[in-house]
Design a protein around this ligand. Structure first.
Ligand code: PAF
Length: 251
């Protein structure tokens, strides 16, 4: 049984949690490190994406990776690229702000699966919409989601966090504050109001969306929705940050 942990490098404790989970399932854990240009709609974001291959190899090995694979572009995309579509779920929320992002994600994930042929693959819940889209690919690979790892103040670990200024890093915890404050609210409307008012307390946070959705369909939640999840995205210092939390269940 081979378990694949696809990454774009700049590994942190969140990735290590994915690798540890993979290792709990199998003695064969492949960690791929490939910055996929197809999923970056913004050239600047691609250029500035942090790169730390030596540290990545150390962190992946310490977490239990048995193979660390850093493919070249040509290995992933030999010849013409036939881009896959992420479907309607790829067009909303993250997909609306980042056109073609999810098409790029499903294309690379499909290639990684074709090459590695894993039985199982592990992804983080921080990218909750990505996880849902990959599950919807309906490949033969079993997809496992792993809960988000957070900093001491609740900020979700992300490779982009190191690009925040000192002040931006402090401001960034408003996202988790909003989620945590709302997660036990008695109604969807009250939860939404708590999120909106909490986010508004931090002028440095430029909100893109903050919504409470049905976590299976990504439609806006109402009182009858069984599994509700709040999803938030925005920018601090021009750096995009996203996070989410199951409503009724704080972390
Ligand atoms: O979540 C990521 O790091 C990337 O989107 C993934 C899944 C490795 C595909 O490039």
């Amino acid at each position: 049984m081979t378990v694949l942990v696809p990454t774009m490098g700049a590994l942190h404790k969140g990735h290590q949690a994915l690798i540890k989970r993979a290792r709990s399932l199998s003695k064969e854990v492949v960690v791929s490190i490939f910055i996929n240009p197809l999923q970056f709609e913004n050239k600047d974001d691609l250029e500035k994406y942090p790169r730390s291959p030596e540290k990545d190899i150390q962190l992946a090995t310490l977490a239990g990776a048995t193979e660390i694979w850093l493919p070249e572009y040509e290995e992933i995309y030999p010849g013409d690229i036939s881009k896959l579509s992420a479907g309607p779920l790829g067009q909303i929320f993250e997909g609306k702000s980042r056109p073609e992002h999810f098409d790029g994600v499903v294309t690379v994930v499909n290639r990684l699966f074709e090459i590695v042929k894993p039985t199982t693959a592990v992804f983080g819940e921080k990218d909750f919409q990505q996880l849902a889209i990959i599950k919807a690919m309906k490949s033969k690979v079993e997809i496992i989601g792993v809960p988000t790892v957070r900093e001491f103040d609740g900020l979700a670990l992300s490779s982009r966090n190191i690009r925040l200024t000192e002040q931006g890093r402090v401001s960034a915890n408003v996202i988790h504050r909003a989620l945590a404050a709302a997660h036990l609210a008695p109604t969807v409307a009250i939860a939404q109001e708590i999120i909106d008012t909490t986010l508004a307390t931090e002028p440095a946070f430029k909100c893109d969306y903050a919504a409470i959705i049905d976590e299976n369909t990504f439609e806006f939640a109402n009182e009858t929705t069984k599994h509700k999840r709040a999803i938030i995205a925005g920018w601090i210092d021009g750096i995009r940050l996203i996070d989410n939390m199951r409503m009724g269940e704080g972390r």
